[in-house]
Design a protein around this ligand. Structure first.
Ligand SMILES: Cc1ncc(COP(=O)(O)O)c(C=O)c1O
Length: 387
């Protein structure tokens, strides 16, 4: 193709496009397809957030470019959230930066930190954006395994010493997409020690930080003493407040990383629309009761699915958070063939684990993102499949 750069041409096809084509085809044959593929919350943004947006959007002063690093109110709200929720102190001027969604921030941080040939350590299976952003930045992706046997903790001992020596960045993602794994604080302690010993940055992608069930509270990597010397964390309002389309998130922690990201971004974008940042500040400084309500709904769906999977003899670990259930495919199937079978036999789209890297083979991911009533239909259909 004439007008496509080599870099773009080398990118893998968009993960969900094949399934979307099949979905259309089945729908045209009259099949009532249930899409549990894409992890986008179906619930609405809470009213109190929308109310603040409406108020701010009417003010002409808010229609100008936002400050490059984001509005003061949003950065202060992030700092206040970290203080209240995690007991972590942040300087809103140097240790917080507004992002246009955490996806953008993750991809641009990789650009801002990595030189050609630098190694970045990423979880396998993992969120595909890490891999593609590394490819675009000319870095070398070295996946490390996370698996059920080791409680989905990063298996850093399995990384070659030469790769560790060349590594600039260690990516973590807890609570995890796609595995829905959550960890306890000691995992972050170990990761920061690893980063300190080997002189690299450790970045935790905490996009699902508040999406947790029961009394489990997901820790922050910045709670590790002196973590800010080596660590950053990405946060997002997309999942906790059902704000995927608003495109608002943040990075917190190490000020050198934040400064280089801010320099890069000031050349690429002009931050997020001011009213969106102000509404997001209201969300982060709220009592989080709406997040709790949301989580209860997602947990209810999760329980239904888990019961149905149990009935089928499918193995999985019950998640303590995220909007996903990660389960093993039954004997005789690959990830792809099982997903295909569910689509054909049950009219359900799930994501084959292999889409998230070689470590995902043998698994599939269910997104808990259709209504609870629709999940009754999911359960019914699962009960009728023949394994
Ligand atoms: C692990 C993980 N990180 C980051 C993101 C990006 O979220 P956003 O850009 O909406 O903040 C997602 C979205 O699905 C995700 O699953």
């Amino acid at each position: 193709m004439e007008f496509v750069s080599d870099k773009v041409q080398e990118l893998p096809p968009y993960l969900f496009s094949k399934f979307q084509e099949r979905k259309k085809e089945l729908q045209s044959r009259g099949v009532d397809v249930i899409d549990l593929g894409i992890g986008a919350p179906d619930l609405p943004t809470p009213d109190f957030i929308i109310d603040r947006l409406m108020k701010e959007v009417k003010k002409a002063d808010n229609h100008v470019y936002a400050p490059y690093s984001g509005t003061e109110e949003f950065r202060e709200a992030v700092a206040s959230f970290y203080q209240t929720h995690y007991g972590v102190e942040l300087d809103p001027n140097t240790e917080v930066l507004t992002l246009i969604g955490s996806k953008e921030g993750i991809a641009n941080t990789i650009q801002a930190v990595v030189n050609e040939g630098d190694v970045i350590l990423t979880p396998n299976p993992g969120y595909p954006v890490y891999t593609t952003a590394i490819q675009l930045a000319g870095g070398v992706n070295v996946p490390y395994p996370i698996d059920a046997t080791h409680g989905y903790e990063p298996q850093l001992d399995e990384i070659d010493q030469t790769d560790i020596d060349q590594a600039k960045l260690l990516m973590l993602n807890y609570p995890s997409n796609p595995t829905s794994a959550t960890v306890d604080f000691n995992v972050f302690m170990k990761a920061v020690t690893f980063a300190r010993n080997h002189k690299m940055i450790v970045a935790n992608d905490a996009a699902y930080d508040l999406v947790t069930f029961g009394d489990y509270v997901s820790p922050s990597i910045l709670q590790v003493p002196q973590a800010k010397e080596y660590a950053v964390e990405f946060g997002s309002l997309s999942k906790s407040f059902n704000m995927t389309g608003w495109r608002i998130g943040y990075i917190v922690g190490n000020k050198d990383v934040i400064k280089s990201l801010s320099t890069l971004k000031s050349n690429l974008d002009s931050s997020q629309f001011i009213p969106i940042q102000l509404a997001a500040a209201t969300a982060l400084t709220s009592d989080l009761s709406k997040v709790q309500k949301n989580n209860e709904i997602i947990e209810g769906r999760m329980e239904k699915v888990c019961q149905a999977l149990e009935g089928l003899g499918i193995r999985f670990e019950k998640p303590r958070g995220t909007i996903f259930v990660w389960a093993e495919v039954p004997k005789g199937y690959t990830s792809a063939s099982f997903a295909e079978m569910l689509l054909e036999e049950a009219g359900m789209i799930v994501t084959p684990g292999s889409a998230f890297g070689s470590g995902g083979e043998g698994y599939f991911r269910i997104a808990l993102t259709v209504t609870t009533k629709r999940f009754d239909e999911v359960v019914k259909r699962l009960q009728h499949i023949q394994l």
